[in-house]
Design a protein around this ligand. Structure first.
Ligand code: ATP
Length: 392
């Protein structure tokens, strides 16, 4: 079993991503795409700001960030639709800055799909191949191969307006893949699909990428989508990359407050380091009392200000005071949001001017009566592994 097939099998069997290889951590690995100090300005606006990034062959890479952070601009520069104001872009070690889009081994699938409305599915997929001057027989066999790949064999003669949203998405994908690009660029590829179809398509896309061994670069502002699909995520803010890491690391070890708050729900306790013993760090945080965390040695210094990020699913909630001496706080329930699979509580700690702490409880049973109500006084507590120190 090769690595990709193994990875795919792992995804299928456990339903989550288990990475077999991590080329970005290998010193000798050669990048497929390299952005070197790339800047793009439009007048006064700096859309991409001195950004450097390497993407490796076979990666499913996601650019994640809020609207306007520069993700689309970065991808359009790789595709050749925009030229950088400064810096260089390399593909397979060769500088591609200045090469027009159709001469680059990249292909971009747009959010709108941009299918030709008057052409059949078959002709839409064949379009780029005809433009390239490929022989008729070769085009026919490639189109058939693509139709089979995206499971649209029966619909080749239909026009785009005779298809569902999900089918149109697959035609766009088949058309983008037909030219066998080295890198497929996906701009919010699932934006037009409803939630169920979106989820199904996420897995299809991941399988397809693994089967073909291609490199995918996806732009999204949807953190769940990035976490589910990508091998690595680059979180962007104002034209810069704040953190590049696999999803688990971005979630569990966010680089700073911006990443912690953008990816998932979080409570951030602000305090001062009061003691460091090996990897055990004590922080005094107003409203929270004494917090103890397990941190990498050398990350905290006594007397320094500290931010501790606490994810809601790591915080427990109950009416009785827990036995543990630290990592607990009493508060009042301000809000309860029932979300089906879990309930998100917001608890006001430390009096009226204190912060709201988010705690999630999994709804494991179908019991209809709720154990907690608005205005209840409760205890929140967490383990020493729950909190993580983050940069401001
Ligand atoms: P979204 O998710 O909304 O697409 P984005 O992160 O992809 O956002 P970009 O489209 O890359 O963001 O835009 C980054 C910044 O550059 C924004 O401030 C945008 O207004 C600006 N910008 C993008 N294209 C142009 C342009 N052609 N002319 C002037 N400004 C531009």
């Amino acid at each position: 079993m090769n690595q990709r097939t193994a990875r795919k099998a792992a995804r299928r069997s456990v339903g989550s991503v288990r990475r077999i290889s991590a080329p970005w951590a290998e010193p000798d690995a050669k990048a497929l795409v390299e952005f070197r100090s790339v800047t793009k300005s439009y007048g006064d606006v700096t859309a991409v700001d001195g950004l450097s990034l390497s993407i490796y062959p076979g990666e499913f890479f996601a650019l994640l960030g809020p609207s306007g952070c520069g993700k689309t601009t970065l991808m359009r520069m790789l595709a050749g639709f925009e030229e950088p104001t400064g810096g260089t872009i390399l593909l397979d070690g060769v500088e591609i800055t200045g090469t027009p889009p159709h001469r680059r081994p990249t292909n971009m699938m747009f959010q709108s799909y941009a299918l030709f409305p008057h052409m059949s599915v078959w002709d839409n997929i064949a379009f780029g191949l005809k433009q390239e001057g490929m022989a008729r027989a070769a085009i026919a066999s490639r189109v058939e191969e693509m139709l089979a790949l995206v499971r649209l064999e029966g619909l080749a003669r239909r026009r785009p307006d005779q298809l569902s949203g999900g089918q149109r998405q697959r035609v766009a994908l088949a058309r983008s893949l037909a030219k066998r690009p080295k890198v497929l660029l996906l701009d919010e590829p699932l934006g037009a699909l409803d939630r169920k179809l979106r989820e199904a398509t996420q897995f299809e896309l991941m399988d397809l990428q693994a089967d073909l061994g291609l490199t995918f670069l996806m732009v999204t502002h949807d953190q769940d989508e990035a976490m589910i699909m990508a091998d690595r995520i680059a979180v962007m803010d104002h034209g810069r990359i704040v953190q590049v890491a696999p999803a688990e690391e971005v979630y569990e070890q966010p680089a700073n407050r911006y990443v912690a708050e953008f990816v998932g729900d979080v409570t951030i306790a602000e305090g001062v380091v009061t003691s460091v013993r090996g990897h055990l760090v004590h922080i005094h945080a107003p409203h929270f009392g004494a917090i103890e965390i397990d941190e990498e040695e050398g990350r905290a210094n006594v007397g320094a200000p500290a931010l501790v990020a606490l994810r809601p699913e790591k915080i427990q909630i109950g009416h009785d005071e827990p036995a543990q001496p630290l990592n607990k706080v009493r508060g009042e329930i301000w809000d309860i949001a029932y979300l089906g699979d879990f309930t998100m509580m917001q608890v006001k700690v430390g009096g009226d001017d204190g912060p709201l702490v988010k705690a999630a409880i999994a709804n494991r049973t179908r019991r209809m009566e709720r154990p907690f109500a608005w205005d209840d006084m409760v205890w929140l507590w967490w383990d020493v592994e729950a909190g993580v120190l983050i940069d401001p």
